[in-house]
Design a protein around this ligand. Structure first.
Ligand code: ADP
Ligand code: MG
Length: 310
């Protein structure tokens, strides 16, 4: 559905986006994760045709943004980091205005009614945007992105500045959008992304540092599989017995009774470690997978991007 190829954006000396390539399938909800300054907004602004790239191409459903900007833009609903709201308008007037601006060819009243219901704005059509809370304004931004039922929805940090209850509502909304639309949304918060999307791209310093299915993120990112074992018994026997297990690459003693066991991806050696301990007469006090949390891996992958603020 979306194909991004070798995208680069330079601002003088600064390379904001540095040769990014990825594709997004129809119906996929893709999370774009990275610290502040990583290049998320720049990438989204290029995909949606708001700014041009220094080099590289973006194709949406077969049309190229540079050669067919109008046709391509019509396929995308965009909620930028700072939504372009006219705060002196009422919610309904603003949506009618945007409907006309986008030249949507659907029955106006019905379509706007339907979208307002979807984002729970149906009782707020007559309110002035300037009197709305941040959460409600964000819903107006959402509604604007949905006008014309574009197949692709792009949302730049849609939950920033919202309270936990509003965040949960927006997450639900994103999930429900995923049933009918292809969605890309960005965040600098890992838990945000892993709770909502099918696939995650992690970007740091303008480059993609990981691209994985959400439920495979941990095993993909941790690369080598690792197990931390605490066991009581003779350490020479413990080490030599674990080393015999197929798939085990390395066993290290890391403390008085703790060992770190590295093994090949895909192998699950926990049961074999258990029987090995029984054979040497050692007692397992604790056994846990990995030694780095997902959050720690994310920080490690993106730590080059210093200067970025939380
Ligand atoms: P993110 O959305 O991930 O926080 P951005 O895409 O906004 O990151 O920014 C990526 C990098 O490009 C940052 O270093 C930022 O300072 C720089 N940048 C973005 N827009 C401009 C601009 N108009 N002029 C100069 N530098 C910019
Ligand atoms: Mg941004």
């Amino acid at each position: 559905m979306i194909e991004v190829k070798n995208l680069t954006k330079r601002y003088g000396e600064i390379t904001a986006v540095d040769g990014i390539s990825f594709t997004v399938d129809t119906g996929e909800v893709l999370g774009f994760l990275g610290p502040n300054g990583a290049g998320k907004s720049t990438t989204m602004n290029i995909i949606t045709g708001y700014i041009s790239s220094t080099s590289g191409t973006v194709t949406v459903d077969g049309s190229e943004i540079l050669s067919e900007p109008k046709k391509t833009k019509q396929k995308i609903g965009y909620l930028p980091e700072i939504p372009p709201l006219y705060t002196d308008m009422t919610v309904r007037k603003y949506l009618e205005f945007m409907f006309d601006l986008k030249r949507v060819k659907l029955p106006k009243k019905e379509h706007i009614d339907e979208i307002m219901r979807l984002v729970s704005l149906d009782k707020h059509g007559k309110r002035l945007i300037k009197n709305l809370s941040k959460g409600f304004r964000q819903r107006v931004g959402f509604a604007q992105a949905l006008l014309g039922n574009p197949p692709v929805i792009i949302l730049d940090e849609p939950t920033v500045g919202l309270d936990p209850k509003q965040i949960i509502e927006i997450r639900k909304l994103i999930k429900s959008l995923g049933k009918k639309h292809t969605v890309i949304f960005s965040s600098h918060v890992l838990s945000e992304i892993s709770a909502t999307c099918d696939r995650v791209i992690i970007i740091s310093d303008g480059k993609i540092v990981a691209d994985a299915k959400a439920d495979e993120l941990y095993s993909v990112l941790s690369g080598e599989q690792k197990l931390t074992l605490t066991a009581e018994g003779g350490s020479t026997e413990i080490i030599s017995e674990i080393q015999k297990i197929p798939g085990v690459q390395q066993v290290k003693k890391t403390g008085a009774e703790t060992y770190s066991v590295e093994y090949q991806k895909g192998a699950d050696v926990r049961r074999d470690v258990f029987s090995a301990m029984v054979r040497v007469g050692a007692s397992i006090l604790e056994m846990k997978s990995g030694d780095e949390s997902l959050e720690e891996i994310y920080l490690r992958l993106t730590e080059q991007a210093k200067g970025g603020k939380e």
